[in-house]
Structure formats: structure tokens, C-alpha cells
Design a protein around this ligand. Structure first.
Ligand code: GRF
Length: 219
């Protein structure tokens, strides 16, 4: 059954594009039923409009306080009854109303190999600490900051000449491969977000590691 996706963005939306591209290419049995942004200026909204994807802005500025915004966001997302909520460059911490409506059904992409470098400066921290490799992580969202169970990671080399920007650019290339792969895996059932059927171990195809929430017996 085609997986219904709500994609939450704050900015450029390159990950949104990569997921839609995978859908277009028949690599991912999913449909984007909503693009929601916390910022009216998010460039990803223009892409949604171009592609005729339903979209909305739920801005904290339009709500009395953080709690009211959390409730409004959860209600807006729930309207479209998504199977999966995808945080694709959504630069806010998700509150209890959304987490409670979609337990273990919210995933995020982060530009570092978690649990290293949570927060908003993953590429900067990788350079500052002298890492030779970093990467990106797709994980289940919980109440913490980038703390939920890791689904998949991809490794990116840190070059001696890298600035945070050049490194982030290459990390984003990896994200654009990894994130659609994870969504496709969830759609096809080869990746489960249910920890009760989790199996230890990893599959390594040379560039992408999928761990530790894969269904047993898949490859
Ligand atoms: C990505 O690098 C992601 O890891 C981080 O925010 C960035 C969003 O980029 N959470 P985009 O809006 O998808 O282009």
C-alpha cells in the first residue's frame, strides 16, 4: 500500500525534492500528502507549489505560544492521515502533541553520525574536532534533540580543505541518497520502525549502513 507522507520543512527542501524524485522514478512507493513549513519563506514551498503538492505554513508567530503552535501543527499534519511524518530540514524540536499522535512514525535526517554532533552545527563540529569522517543519520524522532533510535547512516569523508559549507554540501549529497532509501524501505516493509521486531546487525553495501531496526531476513 502506498505510504502517505507528510514532509515538514523549514528551508531549501532539497531532501523533500530527493524523496519526490525517488517517488517519480518508481523507487519509492509513497505519496507526499502534505508539505508543512514553519516558515512562509521556505524555498521548499515553491517546489511543493510547482509540483502541485498540498502545502501549508504553520508559523509560531501566528500562535499565542509554543504549546498552541505544537497543537496546531499536530492537528494540521493529522488532517491528511499520513502513515509517516518526515522531518526534512525542519529546524524545530517536535512537541508532545505530534509525538503522541505519531508514535515511532516520525523520522528525521541529521547532518552528522549521531550520537556525535547533535544540534544545528554538525558539519562545523566535525571539522572543529578533527574528524576524518562524518556523515548523515536517519533516525526515529523522540522527545530529545536528535536522540531517537538510529535507522540508517552514510559516511562522508572530511577533506583537509573542507569548510563547514563544502562539507555540508557533500553530506547533503549523502542525505539525498540515504533518506529516500529509508522511506522506500519503510514503504516496502524492509525497514520497520517497530523496536519489538528489531534485529541486531547491519547490512553494508559499501556506502550505506542500515542498522539496527531492519526486519530479520531482508537484504
Ligand atoms: C539537511 O542538511 C538536514 O540534515 C538538516 O537540515 C538540512 C536541510 O536541508 N536537518 P534541505 O532543506 O533538505 O535542503
Amino acid at each position: 500500500m502506498t505510504l502517505r507522507l507528510s514532509v515538514l520543512i523549514s528551508g531549501g527542501g532539497s531532501n523533500l525534492r530527493s524523496i519526490q524524485a525517488a517517488i517519480d522514478e518508481g523507487k519509492c512507493d509513497a505519496r507526499i500528502v502534505l508539505v508543512a513549513s514553519d516558515r512562509a519563506s521556505a524555498a521548499g514551498l515553491a517546489f511543493a507549489a510547482e509540483r502541485g503538492l498540498p502545502s501549508c505554513v504553520v508559523s509560531p508567530r501566528d500562535h499565542a505560544d509554543r504549546a498552541a503552535w505544537d497543537v496546531a501543527l499536530a492537528a494540521k499534519v493529522a488532517e491528511q492521515a499520513p502513515d509517516l511524518v518526515v522531518l526534512a530540514g525542519f529546524m524545530r524540536i517536535v512537541g508532545a502533541p505530534l509525538l503522541e499522535r505519531f508514535p515511532r512514525r516520525i523520522i528525521n535526517v541529521h547532518p552528522a553520525l549521531l550520537p556525535l554532533f547533535p544540534g544545528t552545527t554538525g558539519p562545523e563540529q566535525a571539522i572543529a574536532t578533527g574528524m576524518r569522517v562524518t556523515g548523515c543519520t536517519v533516525h526515529v524522532v523522540d522527545a530529545g534533540v536528535d536522540t531517537g533510535p538510529i535507522i540508517a547512516q552514510a559516511v562522508v569523508r572530511v577533506l583537509p580543505t573542507d569548510t563547514a559549507d563544502t562539507l555540508h554540501e557533500r553530506i547533503q549529497h549523502a542525505e539525498h541518497a540515504l533518506f529516500p532509501l529509508v522511506v522506500a524501505g519503510i514503504a516496502s516493509g524492509t525497514i520497520t520502525l517497530d523496536p519489538t521486531v528489531a534485529v541486531p546487525g547491519a547490512i553494508d553495501d559499501g556506502s550505506v549502513m542500515l542498522a539496527p531496526l531492519l526486519r530479520a531476513g531482508t537484504s
